[in-house]
Design a protein around this ligand. Structure first.
Ligand SMILES: Cc1ncc(COP(=O)(O)O)c(C=O)c1O
Length: 329
């Protein structure tokens, strides 16, 4: 065991020295993007190109500096789920980092739908990226004349069916969620190294996901998911001010709770609250809604997904098939 001091000065325990463990510890889950049988067709700056020709400049500041924004969006049964919410958040991210998206909402919607159609998909995942565009090697974005828009439509399976049934394990990781004084956690930027580090730390511990704290020691969220704990029939989730992304799936969990008559509150949550919870859930576009049954080695509740988790997941699955922006009509 090693104890290291993190950048904010808090002592944090790493499970082992990375050099020694990285050989053996297999990630408990892998983000699997299953390629469609035929090569994908990808949208780049107004053109549809074959996957092997889908290339951007090495001088794009999205690559050089992580300067850009993105959204992950799902579509179910021929309809895009909560498209407007995703586009609104994309435009908010853009505004926050002074990036002008070179398309209207309407044009973006059409480009997105057409990308799915070109790939002949009905259920899947869209990665929508807007980079700062091509500049020089200096980081000043004033050199970048036009942002680039990239749309990838494919399929994704983040976790196995067994994990949805039996639940995930999570571990608290040393890397904190950035606070609003640094890269504001509300911006869904291309700069995800913080979350990537947290993910690596979870992998090194053999856990399925990472619990990320904020600098106050409260739980913010996981690496790409919001977190909920359930205690005595009520649901609690960290507020946006704790560093949680305003997740679109999170908002669906709020809707489900209201529908089921379950009280849901935004409150600061510590690791203690997770350890003593009856149930725990994660939500995210890619992960959807998935139970957690163990945190930092402690069994949560009975160690099995609880009744509120199961009802929430079941209702979530129904809702994903109920509405959405039609792709093929
Ligand atoms: C850091 C982070 N938190 C939470 C989420 C979940 O948000 P959503 O439900 O909108 O996908 C995501 C994924 O978008 C994320 O990247």
């Amino acid at each position: 065991m090693l104890t290291k001091t993190t950048a904010d000065g808090a002592g944090a325990t790493l499970v082992a020295e990375p050099r020694k463990t990285s050989r053996a510890v297999k990630p408990a889950n892998e983000s699997v993007t299953k390629k469609a049988a035929k090569p994908l067709t990808i949208f780049i700056d107004g053109e549809f190109v074959a996957e092997e020709d889908a290339k951007i400049s090495v001088f794009d500041h999205g690559l050089l500096y992580g300067d850009g924004i993105f959204e992950g969006i799902r579509f179910y049964n021929g309809r895009v789920f909560r498209l407007k919410d995703h586009l609104d958040r994309l435009w908010d991210s853009a505004r926050s980092i002074c990036l002008e998206i070179p398309m209207s909402h309407g044009e973006m919607t059409e480009a997105l739908l057409e990308t799915i159609r070109k790939n002949d998909l009905r259920d899947g995942y869209i990665r929508l990226i807007v980079t700062r565009g091509v500049g020089n090697l200096g980081l000043n974005p004033a050199q970048c004349k036009r942002p680039s828009v990239i749309i990838i439509a494919t399929t994704i399976a983040l976790y196995s069916a067994e994990m949805y049934q039996n639940g995930l394990t999570v571990v608290t990781v040393p890397t904190h969620r950035t606070g609003p004084g640094a890269l504001n956690p509300a911006v869904k930027s291309l700069n995800y190294l913080n979350n990537v580090m947290a993910r690596i730390e979870a992998n090194l511990s053999g856990a399925d996901e990472a619990l990320m704290l904020n600098d106050q020691g409260c739980i913010a969220e996981c690496t790409a998911d919001n977190i909920f704990v359930i205690k005595r029939g009520e649901i609690f989730t960290p507020p946006i001010t704790a560093g949680a992304l305003r997740g679109i799936t999170r908002s669906v969990v709020f809707e489900i709770a209201a529908e089921l008559g379950i009280k849901i509150s935004e409150v600061d949550i510590s690791r203690h609250d997770v350890f003593i919870a009856d149930e725990c859930l994660l939500s995210g576009t890619a992960a959807e809604v998935i139970p957690v049954i163990r945190a930092d080695g402690r069994v949560i509740g009975t160690g099995k997904p609880g009744p509120i988790s199961l009802r929430t997941i079941a209702r979530f699955r129904e809702i994903t098939r109920e509405g959405g922006t039609p792709i093929y009509s």
